[in-house]
Write a protein that binds this ligand. Structure first.
Ligand code: PEP
Ligand code: MG
Length: 839
């Protein structure tokens, strides 16, 4: 019997039987049989009932491939009728027999005959009234033929699986469109009657923490999972608070514990066992995987491997990387009430509550008062960085997965939702409207960056918990993975996080983020407004020590690990205020007339800033900025190396499209290095690399590689430019595009392996052909995803770099890919030059 044919429950029961557990007679119906039943076919009832002997009482349970996919609830006591009621009354007493009959009629009427529940609730406890209610509702007496009852139950369950809601729910959990349902027909162990009879559930690990612990309940004179619902259940193990099964039936308890250990050993999983005691005899009716939180999943998998029940590799394969998200961030408690105000793109995971604010300055003011805030903006710009730092979460009406808010949110580990197109923000009245509902500044809201929902109020939360098992699992992952994982880190705080998560270095430090801190912004603006080279040099001289301190901090924190610093990238005008009040403030700070400042700001604005004067183009036209940055890097490296670990900084040039750009920058970098070498009397080793972010850089990678030691693919810009799709505007129509199947996924979220991937493959191949030892990496937002890592492994990249909070997931993904490949689950890497498509 295979789970793919009969479902997981049937397969599991077969294994329990093989382990000599007392499982009642069981017949499994395959996915195919159930599919045919749903379409009107009736199985040979005589043959189906034959194994159960005379007058059986039966249960039917669903058996899909994955229990998480749901399915119709179990139906118990099939076979109850007038005759059986009498014989049973003689055996177990009239009250118990009547209770079973009543239970069956009620469940059959409501679930199988699809009748309104109300009349049957009224008839509770009264058999004649219950039978009358059935006849009244259907104009037919309650069916007495067990074969007819069973056949109706099977049909009901088969059709329930085909229902729209059931399908949507399971597909949301990853079930394929054609997922099948098997059914398990089993002889009932009654759980009622004397001597001791009853039912219970036992498991051996805590579902929230995964800690080993016997948990469950037992209830005398009950069936199924009654013990977990109502009153009257007792503990399983001896407990000061009340009676226990261990005291009531010590031998049965001992058997259960033995079965639990056996099931864990042989089924290689923590199982929850449903059992029934009938006339002092134990029956095992069913066993399912203990349902578990993400935290418990990690602890259980690690414990199974430590007990040598499963290999470490399997423990790694059992934890999907997304599971780690729940461990790294606060979450809205599962089952908590959610008052959804609006939905958008889940851009950075975790959940946080706070008072609504509409400006960065309000977010900062809230933080100063010690009040958490949620910053809601149409979109964020680099100017908002301090507000974002101060807020607990960020929501933007516009933007996609690589928009400013999304990138910064992930970097800061800040829950973030972008592209909430239903939001109408009115900055004047300080309100936000969505679907007719209005919220005002100061209202309490919660951002769920996991689901992309903005919630009204503050639902219950669960705290992140890493724990020892998490560390152990990642240590095992590191031992098997064969591609490096670095972090994108711009600040000392990011670098600390990167270290905590064992990143192997910094793969991308976006230096422009450093210029938005405190008084630097003013100096930066002075530099932008400088009228003469001397004025500009003066402003840069003031920025130099600040940058030097930034880099020294990063080098110290990373203790000898590689740090890859990207030279200044954004268009300069991003540093200028956008509104009147800001311009006025700036004019005052610079002591210049407002008209001057406004004029200059207008002069610098561009029609297409993303394709304008930014990246290396700034480095070529205003080279003093890169000179200052290079000096800051070299001086910091020399200072830190003198007192600690050796530092070999990596300097990366953004937005390159021509080899000559690299040569010009290299010339200046070498000159600055030589100057610092002479001043400091120290070696100034460094590596110069190029960010491949334009299609032309990928096409000309061979040429460009000649004067660089590494190529790092910036897949955010590369996606933007390959599609000709603005990463800041695409959020507005992306859902339409995905819904209509134009794009399979948002390419800013899921690396487009067919298009952008081909450029990556080509760039890697051409770069390596020119320089076989060239170091290749991806540092765009895609870098942390399993699909991108698979691609990078296939093409022999050296490392991926992603937001610090995605580093653990990337380490796990990389290990899973290496293991799958070794075990033959994954496609082998392709020969260079061919594009592998992971569907
Ligand atoms: C990129 O373009 O992929 C990249 C990493 O740079 P940024 O996101 O800063 O443009
Ligand atoms: Mg870029």
């Amino acid at each position: 019997m295979a789970a793919e044919v009969h479902g997981g429950r049937a397969k599991c029961l077969q294994r329990l039987i093989r382990l000599d557990m007392p499982v009642p007679t069981t017949v499994a119906l395959s996915f195919d049989a159930v599919r045919r039943i749903a379409h009107g076919w009736t199985p040979d009832m005589e043959a189906l009932l034959a194994p159960f002997g005379e007058d059986p009482l039966l249960s039917v349970r669903p058996s899909s491939l994955d229990p998480d996919w749901g399915g119709p609830g179990a139906v118990l006591n099939i076979g109850m009728n007038g005759v059986r009621h009498k014989t049973l009354a003689a055996q177990i007493g009239d009250a118990a027999a009547t209770a079973l009959y009543l239970r069956f009629i009620q469940s059959y009427a409501v679930n199988v005959a699809r009748l309104d529940a109300e009349p049957f609730r009224h008839a509770e406890g009264d058999l004649d009234a219950m039978l009358a209610a059935y006849e009244e509702e259907t104009d037919e007496p309650f069916p007495q033929d067990p074969a007819q009852q069973l056949s109706e139950v099977l049909r009901f369950m088969a059709r329930a699986w085909d229902g729209t809601t059931a399908r949507i729910l399971r597909e949301a959990k990853g079930a394929p469109a054609d997922a099948g349902l098997g059914l398990v027909v089993q002889a009932m162990a009654l759980g009622v009657g004397a001597p001791e009879s009853g039912a219970g559930v036992i498991q051996f690990a805590d579902e929230a923490t995964g800690a080993p612990q016997i948990k469950g309940r037992y209830k005398s004179q009950s069936q199924g999972r009654d013990a977990l619902k109502g009153n009257g259940a007792i503990y399983l193990t001896k407990d000061a608070r009340g009676p226990s099964l261990e005291e009531l039936c010590p031998a049965i308890y001992a058997d259960l514990v033995r079965f639990g250990t056996l099931a864990r050993q042989k089924l290689r999983e923590e199982m929850q066992i449903e059992f029934t005691i009938e006339n002092d005899a134990l029956f095992v009716l069913d066993a399912v995987r203990v349902p578990r939180s993400s935290r418990a999943a990690v602890r259980i998998a690690v414990a199974l491997a430590e007990d040598k029940i499963i290999p470490r590799e399997e423990a790694i394969l059992r934890i999907p990387p997304a599971t780690l998200n729940d461990l790294l961030h606060r979450q809205v408690a599962p089952g908590a009430d959610r008052d959804v105000f609006a939905r958008g793109i889940a851009a950075s995971p975790g959940a946080a509550s706070g008072r609504l604010v509409f400006s960065s300055s309000e977010a900062q003011a809230s933080a100063a008062r010690g009040e958490p805030s949620v910053l809601v903006r149409r979109e964020t710009t680099p100017e908002d960085i301090r507000g974002m730092h101060a807020a607990s979460a960020v929501v933007t009406a516009r933007g996609g997965i690589t928009s400013h808010a999304a990138v910064i949110g992930r970097g800061l580990g800040l829950p973030c939702i972008v592209g909430v197109s239903a939001l109408a923000i009115d900055p004047k009245s300080r309100t936000v409207t969505a679907s007719g509902q209005v919220l005002a500044e100061g209202d309490l809201v919660t951002v769920d960056g996991h689901t992309g929902e903005l919630l009204v109020g503050q639902p219950e939360m669960v705290e992140p918990a890493l724990g020892e098992a998490f560390q152990t699992l990642l240590d095992w992952a590191d031992a098997v993975r064969d591609i490096g994982v670095r972090a994108n880190a711009d600040t000392p705080a990011d670098a600390e996080t990167a270290r905590i998560f064992n990143a192997e270095g910094i793969g991308l430090c976006r230096t422009e983020h450093m210029f938005f801190e405190g008084e630097r912004l003013t100096v930066m603006r002075e530099m932008i407004f400088a009228e003469s080279p001397a004025d500009r040099a003066a402003a840069l001289d003031r920025l130099l020590p600040m940058q030097r301190a930034d880099f020294a901090d990063l080098f110290k924190i990373m203790r000898g690990l590689p740090v890859c610093i990207r030279l200044f990238d954004p268009p300069l005008h991003e540093f200028l205020p956008t509104d009147k009040a800001g311009l006025r403030e700036l004019a005052e700070a610079l002591d210049r007339p407002l008209s001057d400042v406004t004029h200059r700001a207008r002069e610098m604005s561009e029609y297409n800033p993303m394709l304008g004067l930014r990246g290396v183009r700034l480095g070529i036209t205003v080279p003093e900025i890169y000179d200052m940055q290079a000096r800051a890097i070299f001086e910091a490296a020399a200072d830190v190396a003198r007192h600690g670990d050796p530092v070999i900084p990596e300097i990366m040039i953004p937005l390159v499209s021509a080899r000559r750009e690299v040569e010009l920058v290299r010339g200046r970098m070498d000159a600055v290095a030589a100057a610092v070498r002479a001043e400091k009397r120290a070696e100034i080793p460094y590596k110069l690399g190029v960010m491949v972010e334009t299609p032309r850089a990928a096409l000309r990678a061979g040429d460009i590689a000649e004067s660089t030691t590494f190529l790092s693919f910036g897949t955010n810009d590369l996606t933007q430019m390959t599609y000709g799709l603005s990463r800041d505007d695409a959020g507005r129509f992306m859902s339409d595009y995905v819904q209509k199947g134009v794009y399979r996924e948002d390419p800013f979220h899921t690396l487009d392996l067919e298009g952008v991937g081909e450029l990556l493959a080509m760039g890697a191949e051409r770069g390596r052909a020119m320089r076989p030892d060239i170091v290749l990496s991806v540092c765009g937002e895609h870098g942390g995803s399993q699909a991108a890592i698979a691609f990078c492994r296939a093409y022999g990249f050296d490392y991926v770099s992603c937001s610090p909070f995605r580093v653990p997931g990337a380490r796990l993904s990389a290990a899973r890919l290496a293991i799958s490949e070794r075990m033959g689950f994954a496609e082998p890497p392709l020969k260079p030059g061919k594009v592998l498509i992971y569907q």
